[in-house]
Design a protein around this ligand. Structure first.
Ligand SMILES: Nc1ncnc2c1ncn2[C@@H]1O[C@H](COP(=O)(O)OP(=O)(O)OP(=O)(O)O)[C@@H](O)[C@H]1O
Length: 275
């Protein structure tokens, strides 16, 4: 598998593949830790490891032995320090390979027949967000994509009604007994309200953002749903998708991001946003 020679090094296809895989891994770890205290610990550990390699190459035996001990104990310490990040990383991997909860995979693997789904129009959702934002009413709206959200539906009150802007506004009205928690929307229907979502423990979130936003982020870390949070304090709109929370979105931005994410080719159709 020899490809070319770099100085005294023989480089093959497998070496290139190896380098690419390590680069992807380091990039993913960097993305996961970006901005957190853990990232500084990671850089510190990496520097000590580089020092170890240099010291070993120079043949400084005593220092090499000390650093070897430090690195092996450090590996254990890293697992403890990074437990939240490791958990999030494993959750992301599990989410992307989630066969049981993924309806497309289930259909394909278990040969379940294709049942035509009704579509979720985005316009009533976006219109409701506009009003909620203007009136400084808090809102938390989960829109199902492929992952089954039944587990979260069970934590709230079942509604199973046609999706409409008015119904969403009634649910999130401060006088409604259902306004706390999240609304879950699936296949053009408001399935449940007052649902409890998993809360993210990401320490990169600005302290100004409270549990509504943490719940939005937590839900999109655990599933592939899109989650909209309307802030009661500021009226600002935020959208959580694929483990990332985008805050301070304008209404057109919210519309286009939702449209792009939910109507991606290969997914069940969810309808278009009409202006
Ligand atoms: N885990 C959760 N699941 C569902 N809803 C939640 C969860 N945690 C909080 N909420 C909802 O968020 C509401 C407000 O929480 P909080 O004030 O901490 O949020 P926030 O992010 O600061 O948003 P806001 O800007 O609207 O105040 C709660 O009353 C509740 O309705």
């Amino acid at each position: 598998m020899f490809l070319f020679r770099l100085g005294f090094l023989d480089v093959g296809w497998l070496d290139i593949l190896d380098i690419l895989l390590v680069a992807v891994l380091i990039y993913q770890i960097y993305n996961l830790l970006r901005g957190s205290v853990a990232s500084r610990v990671f850089v510190g550990y990496l520097l000590i490891y580089l020092l170890y390699l240099v010291v070993k190459a120079l043949g400084l035996n005593l220092l090499t032995t000390i650093l070897e001990y430090f690195i092996s104990v450090g590996a254990l310490a890293l697992i403890i320090i990074f437990q939240q990040e490791i958990r999030r990383f494993l959750l992301l991997i599990g989410k992307s390979t989630n066969v049981v909860n993924n309806r497309l995979m289930r259909r394909w693997l278990l040969r379940q027949p294709y049942l035509p789904e009704s579509i979720t129009p985005l316009k009533p959702i976006v219109d409701a967000c506009k009003t909620l934002s203007a009136e400084f009413s808090g809102g938390l709206i989960v829109i199902e994509r492929n992952d089954d959200l039944d587990k979260y539906v069970q934590t709230g009150e079942l509604i199973n009604a046609n999706l409409s802007k008015q119904l969403l506004l009634s649910i999130f009205s401060q006088y409604s007994p259902l306004h706390d928690g999240a609304v879950i929307i699936s296949n053009g229907r408001i399935v449940a309200a007052r649902c409890i979502l998993p809360v993210s423990d990401d320490d990169v979130l600005p302290p100004a953002l409270g549990f509504r936003h943490r719940a939005a982020l937590g839900m999109c870390e655990a599933t592939d749903a899109a989650v909209i949070a309307v802030s009661e304090e500021t009226g600002r709109l935020a959208l959580a998708i694929n483990g990332e929370l985008s805050t301070n979105l304008s209404l057109p931005e919210l519309e286009s991001r939702l449209d792009k994410y939910l109507n991606e080719p290969g997914l069940k159709p969810l309808g278009n946003i009409t202006p």
